[in-house]
Design a protein around this ligand. Sequence first.
Ligand code: NAG
Ligand code: NAG
Ligand code: NAG
Length: 337
Amino acid sequence: MRYPAFLPLSVLILIVFISPAIGWRPWPHNKTEAYDSIYGGSKKYEGSSEFVHLRYHMGPVLTANITVHTIWYGTWQRNQKKIIREFINSISAVDSKHPSVSGWWKTVQLYTDQTGANISRTLRLGAEKNDRFYSHGKKLTRLSIQSVIKSAVTARTKPLPINPQSGLYLLLTSDDVYVQDFCGQVCGFHYFTFPSIVGYTLPYAWVGNSAKQCPGVCAYPFAVPDYIPGLKPLKSPNGDVGIDGMVSVIGHEIAELASNPLVNAWYAGQDPSFPVEIADLCEGIYGTGGGGSYTGQLFNGEDGATFNMNGIRRRFLVQWLWNHVVNYCSGPNALDQ
Ligand SMILES: *[C@@H]1O[C@H](CO)[C@@H](O)[C@H](O)[C@H]1NC(C)=O
Ligand SMILES: *[C@@H]1O[C@H](CO)[C@@H](O)[C@H](O)[C@H]1NC(C)=O
Ligand SMILES: *[C@@H]1O[C@H](CO)[C@@H](O)[C@H](O)[C@H]1NC(C)=O
């Protein structure tokens, strides 16, 4: 549900207390013996667990072609928008090189509703709205986010279309905007709007650019927190740490919106106020062997940048998702597929 910000802390704990030898060596991957002894040698880790009971709670999932309507809140550079648009366009691209973003989406397509209909393979960019002048200020709360969406769908000029069945509303805030709980607890979250505020029930997600506020938390591993000495950030694939970090969080939220748009479909845990969803279960896992303090096996480009999947023209680093058929996290760059 929420993309929590606690990962680097758990990373610290693992590095310091379990095995200083694990380190962060994305590629070539060389498992240490310590790592093997923690996770049982050849046992598939990647989050696999007999304790995870992801359940379907009978609510809808996004089975119709999905349209993503984007609100750019604050100050955005053209190139930043391009990177994010291309990531979203890559989700349904047919001809990207393997391992691809569309291959990553196949895990999402495995989820169905009670009629047996799968989540749509088609997701495309819809209308966009620029909120350049910070209509609700530079500090947003969870509720004022809904007011920003209301302004966008009721604007006098070019309002965003109202599309409750297959629309997904993505609010992206620039690096100078603080959103309630940003950095401390979350890097993004998703929910649905209330008719009392917006007039409709619309699934939406918020993701913030953390570049100026907490890149070591929300743009990890392209930036690292100060409290982990000696840990080197990885080079980001599109030359913008904040945006490359947002891409994985956007992927996280879109995957969860598709499988749990009204927070009554696919999640684990007993408490619907704190659902653990298909991306929550695989946070910090980007490749084979990932888990604990280790990202899993990644690729290093000629330019030294780290990535795990290909988009239409660009490369991205995006976390894996829970595959409920096999009961572990999976992604397109898995070595055994
Ligand atoms: C992995 O580690 C072993 C033992 O330290 C070493 O012999 C081997 O060359 C390493 N492989 C890679 C790919 O670094
Ligand atoms: C639809 O979901 C079922 C159940 O998870 C799965 O077996 C099937 O492969 C999915 N279809 C597609 C097109 O992904
Ligand atoms: C959904 O998208 C596919 C392309 O992937 C297209 O062929 C189909 O006509 C679309 N369906 C609707 C109802 O728009």
